[in-house]
Design a binder for this molecule. Structure first.
Ligand SMILES: Nc1ncnc2c1ncn2[C@@H]1O[C@H](COP(=O)(O)OP(=O)(O)OP(=O)(O)O)[C@@H](O)[C@H]1O
Ligand SMILES: [Mg+2]
Length: 446
């Protein structure tokens, strides 16, 4: 009879042990998917009380300096507030039973708290307590603590369960810390990569601008020197033609001389454009009112080009410093380009405005523009626009998309040369099929 009772008691023990193992297994599997330290502590407190059979559980987290513990999760009869811990308890290492467990790094079981001098009683004093430290990478990460109203409530079995829970929690804490470190390293790498890409693209842009500036400078020197020599020859030709014209009596000779005169005048115009591109034009800068020049130009333009020009002039426009004749020539070159820009042509609009140019903006321009005050003169059209592949070349001397004999390709290079020589620059925006805008930046007169 006695033997039968002891066999069935053994079976009950083994059954509850197997049940406990299953619970701990589930606990370990669940830990894997917990995303944060806060969730982890809360999950552990809930399960120690729930599935693992304790009636109370408080979890404390240690500070960086390893001097204090702070209550971070609590659940059970004494702590019904869920995740909202009001006035979390702070316990110095070495103080009370929890503080002792943190300092000694060893689990502590107190069978009767009333006779233990370390016990710090709260509003609902308990009679027995168990504390197990959480040790993570050689440091105290916190303490798992449970109290009971009865004397001697905790023994070997409870110690084993709570130590297993603490070991699993510590391992998960290490994993979360490593995940955080990896994320931080990833963020650092991302920042470094972005910086590197930024620097590379800045360097490429700088190299491209330097190459462009050197190319223009080289072409400018060459054309400038050639143009000077050629100009001298043209002066001799034009002077002698005039002398011959004076003496010529028959009509055929006069006609021939007229052809030579027209050709040398055209040659002189070409040479002036080339000199302008080489920034060797003789400019006579003065303080000018660009609004006045635009207004007169538009009247003449409408008559000579036969197309209306819309104007939008700023009322309080600053005075600019430039050669007024050169300004008219540039306006004419741009207006001609606008009218010739595709079947729709025309739709020309001229805008004047004050611009305070800052450094960042300068990067979009074909040449360096020192920060400061500028008067901007924009000439827009609604023509064909400029093809992307032509954009880098339009300011090159002799670049033209017009048929042979129709264009010299010196209009824009002259504009750029004069603008640079005047201390300003030209910017262009264009979209194929939608039109173009050329913006001339004149330094404002001081
Ligand atoms: N407003 C514009 N719309 C479309 N393309 C333009 C415009 N302005 C200039 N271009 C392009 O830039 C090229 C160069 O212009 P640029 O004024 O220097 O020479 P051109 O007009 O071809 O010749 P020229 O000025 O001697 O008549 C043009 O051939 C054209 O392809
Ligand atoms: Mg042109």
């Amino acid at each position: 009879m006695l033997k039968t009772i002891s066999t069935s008691l053994n079976q009950i023990d083994r059954a509850s042990e197997a049940q406990m193992l299953r619970t701990l297994n589930t606990f370990a599997v669940d830990l894997m998917s917990i995303p944060s330290v806060e969730d982890l502590f809360w999950y552990v407190a809930q399960n120690v009380v729930g599935k693992l059979g304790f009636i109370d559980c408080v979890i404390y987290q240690a500070d960086e300096q390893q001097t204090e513990l702070m209550q971070v999760a609590a659940w059970g009869e004494k702590n019904p507030f869920g995740r909202n811990i009001i006035n979390p308890l702070v316990i110095p290492f070495g103080c009370g039973i929890t503080g002792q467990a943190a300092q000694t790094r060893k689990p502590i079981i107190v069978n009767d708290l009333l006779v233990d001098g370390n016990y710090i009683a709260d509003t609902e004093p308990a009679r027995s307590e168990i504390c197990v430290p959480l040790i993570c990478a050689g440091r105290i990460a916190g303490v798992i603590d449970s109290e009971h109203p009865n004397v001697g409530a905790f023994g070997e079995a409870e110690l084993e369960i709570l130590s297993t829970v603490a070991a699993m929690t510590s391992a998960k804490l290490e994993l979360l810390a490593e995940t955080n470190r990896s994320l931080e390293r990833y963020d650092d790498l991302l920042v470094a990569h972005t910086q590197l890409s930024q620097e590379t693209s800045n360097r490429k842009a700088l190299e491209a601008r330097l190459f462009e500036a050197r190319k223009m400078d080289a072409i400018g020197r060459l054309t400038g020197r050639f143009a000077h020599e050629f100009n001298n020859l043209l002066t001799v030709i034009a002077g002698n033609v005039e002398l011959l014209e004076f003496d010529a009596s028959d009509a055929v000779a006069k006609d021939t001389l007229q052809v030579v005169k027209t050709a040398s005048a055209r040659g002189a115009h070409l040479i002036r454009s080339m000199l302008a591109f080489g920034e060797r034009t003789r400019l006579a800068p003065e303080v000018i009112d660009l609004n006045a020049i635009v207004s007169t130009f538009c009247q003449d333009c409408e008559q000579s080009l036969g197309s209306p020009v819309e104007q939008c002039r700023a009322g309080d426009l600053w005075s600019a410093s430039a050669d007024p004749i050169a300004v008219e020539n540039m306006l004419l070159a741009l207006a001609l380009n606008a009218t010739q820009s595709g079947p729709k042509g025309g739709g020309i609009k001229i805008i004047t405005e004050n611009i305070f140019h800052t450094l960042a903006e300068g990067q979009a321009f074909p040449s360096e523009l020192t920060p400061g005050r500028y008067v901007r003169l924009s000439v827009s059209d609604q023509g064909s626009g400029i093809k992307v592949e032509h954009m880098a070349q339009i300011f090159d001397p002799f670049f033209t998309t017009k048929a042979v004999g129709d264009g010299t390709g010196l209009g824009l290079s002259m504009v750029l040369g004069v603008m640079r020589q005047s201390g300003g620059t030209v910017a262009v925006q264009s979209e194929a099929g939608k039109g173009s805008t050329f913006q001339l930046y004149f330094p404002a007169a001081s």
